[in-house]
Ligand binder design. Structure first.
Ligand code: MN
Ligand code: MN
Length: 455
C-alpha cells in the first residue's frame, strides 16, 4: 500500500499498445475539432455521429424504453445524447456527462459592415474571455448562419478550405507602435478596434464615390448567399481562428487547436456513450453559452436538462424528483494546467499537470471559494473508487493559486438541481488563446474516466 500520494504521468505508465490507443484516439478528436469550431458546427457534427451510431431523434412526448438511443438538438446549439439503460431509473437515476461546445471568439455586431479609406470591414463584439491583442494579425475564418426574409437559412463557412480567402484584423507596426507598447497589455488593443478586413476591390460599374468597396462586397454576398445588409441583423456570424488542429512537438504528444475548451471534454463523453452500451441511463449534454454565463434557452441554466430527465422518468412512471435526486453528474470542463513559464500563478502542490491524466476539481470559483459547486467528500470517494477500479489515471488541483483569479463551470447549475456533481476535465495551456494546448494522454484519460462513470 502506498502511504504517500504521487501524481502519475500517463505516458510513463503506458505500454506500447496503450500508447498506440492514445495516439489513435487523438486522430478522431482532431477531426472532431476541425468540424466543430462553433456550437452550431459541433451540433451538426454530433448529430451526424449520433446517427452513424444508431441514435434516433428524441421527442418530449415519447415513451422511452430500455435500449433506446436518442439525440435531441436544442435550437441548433445544444445537444443531448440519451442512452436508456435497463437499471431501475427511480433508484439508479441518470448518469449525466456535461461539457460545453461554445468557445471564446469574435461575434459580428448587428450592423457590422462599413468602409473606411478603401477597405471594407466587419465590426465585432468579442464573446467570452479573450486577450484582445491575441486576435490581431492572424488568419480568421467566418462561421455561422444568416436568416433571409421568409425563414430561409444560409449557413456560412469561409476560411477553412485551402482555396478559401481568410480575414484579418490589423495591428500597428512596431516602428509606429511606441504609444501602444507603453500601455498595459489589457489596454493595448481597444474592443472597438477589433474590426476585420473583408474586402478591398471597388466596384467599377458604379459611379458612387462613397463606399464602392462595400457595394461590391454586398453584390458578391448577395450573388453567393442571397442576403442583403439588413439580413445581417438576423444572423449569428463569428470569426474564429482559421486552420486545423495540429500535433505539437517532435513526438506529437500534444495537440494545438482553437476551442479545446471545451471540445476536449465533449469528444470523450460522446465517444463513451457511443462505444459502451451502459446498463445505466446515460445523458451526455453539450451546452452552449458557458463562456458567457450559461444563460438563455441553450445554456445550462435553462430548464431543458430537467425537462429531458422528467421525460425519461415519466416514460417509466417514475417520480422525476426521485430520479433527479439519485442522478450523478460529471461536469467536464478544462482547467489550467501548470505552466512553468508562469509559475507564480499556480500553487504547485494543488494544480493539475499536462500528461498526468483526467483533472478532477472538487470546487472552482474565486477568492473564498465564491460561486462554486463544492463536491461532497462522499461523492468524491465514490468517484475515486470507480476510477481506481477501472485503471483511470487522474489528478486533482485548483485553478491557479489562491486569490490570483479564478473561474467557474456549469457544475453549480446541475448541482443546484439536487444532483451530485463534480468537475472532471483536461488541463490546458494557453486557455482561451486562439490556439490552446492539451496532451493526447489527458484527453484519452478523460475518455477512460467517462467509460468508468457509465460502467
Ligand atoms: Mn470551459
Ligand atoms: Mn472557457
Amino acid at each position: 500500500m502506498d502511504l504517500k500520494y504521487t501524481r502519475k504521468n500517463v505516458y510513463k505508465q503506458a505500454d506500447g499498445k496503450e500508447l498506440e490507443k492514445i495516439y489513435q484516439f487523438a486522430e478522431g478528436y482532431k477531426s472532431f475539432l476541425d468540424s466543430s469550431k462553433t456550437e452550431r458546427d459541433a451540433a451538426i457534427t454530433a448529430k451526424k455521429l449520433a446517427e452513424q451510431n444508431g441514435f434516433k431523434p428524441f421527442s418530449f412526448s415519447e415513451k422511452l424504453k430500455a435500449g433506446d438511443k436518442r439525440y435531441f438538438i436544442n435550437r441548433h446549439k445544444n445537444v443531448f445524447l440519451i442512452s436508456v439503460g435497463k437499471e431501475d431509473i427511480a433508484k439508479d437515476g441518470v448518469r449525466i456527462m456535461v461539457a460545453h461546445v461554445d468557445s471564446p471568439r469574435l461575434d459580428l455586431k448587428p450592423n457590422p459592415m462599413y468602409e473606411d479609406s478603401g477597405l471594407c470591414y466587419f465590426k465585432t463584439h468579442y464573446y467570452g474571455g479573450i486577450k484582445k491583442y491575441q486576435w490581431t494579425a492572424m488568419p480568421l475564418a467566418l462561421h455561422g448562419v444568416v436568416m433571409l426574409r421568409g425563414g430561409e437559412r444560409r449557413e456560412i463557412c469561409v476560411g477553412e478550405d485551402d482555396g478559401d480567402p481568410i480575414f484579418c484584423i490589423t495591428d500597428i507596426l512596431p516602428h509606429l507602435g511606441a504609444e501602444q507598447s507603453a500601455k498595459p497589455l489589457a489596454k493595448a488593443i481597444d474592443g472597438e478596434s477589433l474590426n476585420a478586413v473583408i474586402g478591398a476591390l471597388p466596384s467599377v460599374d458604379e459611379e458612387e464615390e462613397k463606399e464602392c468597396v462595400k457595394s461590391a462586397i454586398l453584390k458578391l454576398l448577395n450573388k453567393k448567399y442571397g442576403f442583403t445588409e439588413v439580413d445581417l441583423q438576423c444572423s449569428e456570424l463569428c470569426f474564429v481562428p482559421a486552420g486545423k488542429a495540429r500535433d505539437v512537438g517532435f513526438d506529437g504528444a500534444l495537440i494545438s487547436s482553437y476551442g479545446h475548451d471545451d471540445k476536449v471534454c465533449a469528444y470523450p463523453e460522446m465517444k463513451a456513450i457511443f462505444d459502451y452500451d451502459s446498463p445505466h441511463t446515460v445523458v451526455a449534454v453539450f451546452a452552449d453559452k458557458e463562456e458567457v454565463g450559461s444563460d438563455g434557452t441553450t445554456g445550462m441554466q435553462s430548464k431543458v436538462i430537467s425537462d429531458v430527465i422528467e421525460t425519461i422518468a415519466n416514460s417509466f412512471g417514475a417520480n422525476p424528483i426521485e430520479v433527479r435526486y439519485n442522478s450523478k453528474c460529471i461536469s467536464a470542463d478544462v482547467t489550467a494546467g501548470y505552466d512553468p513559464a508562469f509559475a507564480s500563478a499556480f500553487e504547485k502542490r494543488n494544480t493539475t499537470f499536462i500528461n498526468c491524466g483526467a483533472a478532477v476539481s472538487k470546487y472552482t470559483g474565486a477568492r473564498g471559494k465564491s460561486s462554486t459547486n463544492d463536491a461532497d467528500a462522499e461523492y468524491m470517494g465514490w468517484l475515486r473508487d470507480i476510477f481506481e477500479d477501472n485503471g483511470v489515471i487522474w489528478q486533482t488541483g485548483e485553478l491557479g493559486a489562491v486569490d490570483i483569479g479564478g473561474g467557474g463551470t456549469v457544475a453549480k447549475f446541475i448541482a443546484n438541481l439536487g444532483i451530485d456533481t463534480v468537475d472532471v476535465g483536461v488541463p490546458v495551456l494557453s486557455m482561451h488563446a486562439p490556439y490552446e494546448l492539451i496532451s493526447k494522454a489527458d484527453v484519452y484519460s478523460l475518455y477512460k474516466a467517462c467509460l468508468a462513470f457509465i460502467k
